[in-house]
Ligand binder design. Structure first.
Ligand code: PGA
Length: 257
């Protein structure tokens, strides 16, 4: 695991973007695992800027999103489909058929989840999986207590997550109760993981994920089992870490060789 601590949100966004751009330049048909939430927005803006200003080509990229609320149509402004379209996809030259987001309106949820996993496998697996982290240590909608071997499935959201996500909607009651989410086991199969965290509100979760025991009580702690994870965090999100960590992912490329 490589922990990279930066002074500002802009810096973690640029650092994460540089890593993705590097991987995309080496593999134009990159398979990207994507996340929603406030944390990746700066990274998405940076990717859009690089696409527009430097012509970075996304035409052969395939994306798989981590999760989606159950019961929201793709046109609903709180759906993750909508979020991805507005904040990333429509600004890039990526064909919509290559952007997968779990279908929160699926009639047969179990069959859909199996199909989603099969599509990921058909594409050769996720090359780079982007992750945020919940204040409670969740990754995607794998809340504390989620099986560390879990696959894509439906999950009940905790009150804490519904409260956290209410800032986008208005009130916790308006946040759907269920979500489809890639499992912890699904996430762990990505070739590289890029976990981002911004702000003091994430400091306990980052401490538990990076330096705590591996436990389903903090699903993000599974990154300790993964062979190639980058944790890119602001200084305040890293404030509770005991270790000292480097400033850039580039050093890891040297180490890999
Ligand atoms: P945030 O959410 O990026 O909006 O903080 C992250 C998460 O809950 O996984």
């Amino acid at each position: 695991m490589l922990v990279i601590v930066k002074d500002s949100y802009d810096e973690i966004s640029r650092e994460a973007a540089q890593l993705i751009v590097d991987r995309l330049r080496r593999k134009p048909n990159l398979v990207l695992g994507l996340a929603t939430g406030s944390t990746p927005l700066g990274l998405y803006k940076e990717l859009i800027r690089i696409h527009k200003e430097e012509g970075l080509d996304f035409s052969r990229v395939t994306t798989f999103n981590l999760d989606e609320y159950v019961g929201l149509r793709p046109t609903h402004d709180q759906s993750y489909q909508y979020f991805m379209r507005e904040n990333l996809f429509r600004h890039l030259n990526i064909p919509p058929s290559q952007t997968y987001v779990p279908d929160g309106m699926a009639y047969d949820i179990d069959a859909f989840c199996e199909w989603y996993e099969a599509e990921i496998a058909k594409h050769g697996g996720v090359d780079v999986q982007l992750l945020g982290i919940g204040a409670n240590g969740h990754i995607a909608f794998n809340e504390p207590g989620s099986s560390l071997g879990s696959r894509t499935r439906v999950k009940t959201l905790t009150d804490k997550t519904r409260q956290d996500n209410a800032r986008f909607v208005g009130s916790p009651e308006e946040v759907p109760k269920y979500a489809l989410t890639m499992g912890v086991g699904t996430i762990l199969e990505a070739k590289e993981i890029l976990l981002m965290a911004n702000g003091a509100g994430k400091a306990d979760a980052i401490k538990a994920a990076v330096e705590g025991p591996i436990t389903s009580q903090c699903p993000a702690s599974v990154i300790q089992l993964h062979r190639k994870t980058y944790v890119i965090v602001t200084r305040d999100a890293a404030a509770k870490l005991a270790g000292s960590y480097p400033g850039t992912w580039k050093s890891s490329i040297m180490l890999d060789r």
